[in-house]
Design a protein around this ligand. Structure first.
Ligand SMILES: C[S@@+](CC[C@H](N)C(=O)[O-])C[C@H]1O[C@@H](n2cnc3c(N)ncnc32)[C@H](O)[C@@H]1O
Length: 360
């Protein structure tokens, strides 16, 4: 998006930007979870210091007393062992500060939808952020009917991005569930900004929210469409309810005309003449499925890739590496992902003619 990255961490990167940029980021980023603005960074050794330092921030310029506030904390410091206590201290400081100016205090609670503040406190290093996203950006607002174990939309977008998919080659998504991978692929291929469907963001609850600037950004974003033709996207599932849910979700996302849906076993998914990529996110035994059935499914996926998908590039996203061994093909890449706390892999298989079994 043209910004210079100042620094990166394991799950974050930092840029220098203003609130207008934050609105753009919320609208366009496909794989980010939140867009946060750093308000204050300070040395903090105990909860009283936390309160005092937070009270010094001019919150009355940012939040009006009739707003709803929620505070989220991530705390790793020896002085307290309950993050909720840290959140309470920050919340008290904010409402006390606003009340000292306005004689009224914002409501507060756990709903992370309106004015959301994040505290990161590690050792004696504390940082306070405004969460301009409010709810996590994974909640795009198109998945009205989630089916079994749906993927977070941001994770699905990250998986699609990792494959290098750009819409120019066909994409098959057997076991599509609620359709998240196919829908994110269609959004990406058509160039539609990921955040257009959402009506509520954290930045809308800031005191100086510029609604006109946001509407101008949306108008500009609505005009964006990739010019190139998009190759077929095919989404299938054995469960009729999943296919119906996926269709409905694709309709809500405005991409149903780009996806061909079918109810069938993964092996029978329609295959266009032109070769492309196949992405499968099977159940992986953490939350669903009986392992014996899953064993068979993973073995069959290996056979399917080997016998029916020559010339294609296959991907399997799974959180069960033992089951993945049953595929018995050698992945050319193993990309690490986290699905919530589950350590997952995106396994890539180059399915050349005569792909060899990894016989052990
Ligand atoms: C983990 S879910 C996929 C979730 C999906 N990525 C999403 O975001 O909603 C696995 C899906 O595989 C489907 N499935 C299981 N066995 C299948 C088979 N033999 N053929 C086709 N689909 C199958 C299930 O119905 C389920 O919807």
């Amino acid at each position: 998006m043209g910004y210079t990255v100042d620094s990166t961490r394991l799950t974050a990167l930092q840029i220098t930007a203003n609130i207008h940029d934050a609105m753009r980021l919320n609208l366009y980023l496909r794989t980010a979870f939140n867009v946060l603005i750093l308000i204050k960074k300070f040395t903090c050794n105990n909860p009283d210091e936390l309160y005092k330092q937070t009270l010094e921030i001019p919150w009355e310029d940012m939040i009006s007393p009739d707003e709803y506030l929620s505070v989220v904390s991530s705390v790793n410091t020896p002085t307290i062992n309950d993050w909720r206590f840290a959140s309470l201290k920050v919340k008290d400081a904010i409402v006390d500060r606003v009340a000292s100016v306005h004689d009224a205090r914002p409501d507060s609670g756990p709903r992370r939808e309106n004015f959301v503040v994040h505290l990161y406190w590690s050792g004696d290093d504390a940082q306070i952020f405004l969460n301009t996203s409010g709810r996590k950006l994974a909640d795009r607002n198109y998945r009205k009917i989630p089916h079994s174990a749906p993927m977070q939309e941001t994770l699905a977008a990250a998986v699609i991005t990792a494959t290098g998919y750009d819409g120019s080659m066909p994409l098959i998504n057997p076991m599509c569930g609620s359709g998240t991978l196919a829908i994110e692929a269609a959004l990406l291929a058509s160039g539609r900004p990921a955040g257009l469907l959402r009506a509520n963001y954290g930045f809308m609850h800031l005191k100086n929210y510029d609604a006109e600037a946001w509407q101008a950004l949306r108008r500009e974003a609505k005009k964006i469409r990739n010019k190139h033709a998009i190759a077929p996207i095919i989404a299938t599932d054995i469960d009729d309810r999943a296919v119906r849910a996926a269709k409905k979700n694709a309709e809500t996302a405005g991409v149903h005309h780009m996806i061909q849906f079918e109810q069938c076993d993964f092996e029978d998914s329609p295959m266009p003449e032109e070769k492309g990529i196949i992405i499968i996110n099977p159940e992986y035994g953490e939350r669903l499925g009986l392992d014996t059935e899953l064993d068979k499914t993973y073995k069959r996926m290996g056979d399917y890739f080997k016998n029916k998908c020559q010339g294609w590039t296959g991907y399997i996203f799974t959180g069960n590496l033992d089951l993945a061994k049953l595929i018995r093909l050698r992945p050319s890449r193993r990309l690490e992902f986290y699905n919530a706390k589950i350590d997952c892999r995106l396994l890539k298989y180059e399915l050349y003619e005569g792909t060899r079994r990894e016989d052990k």
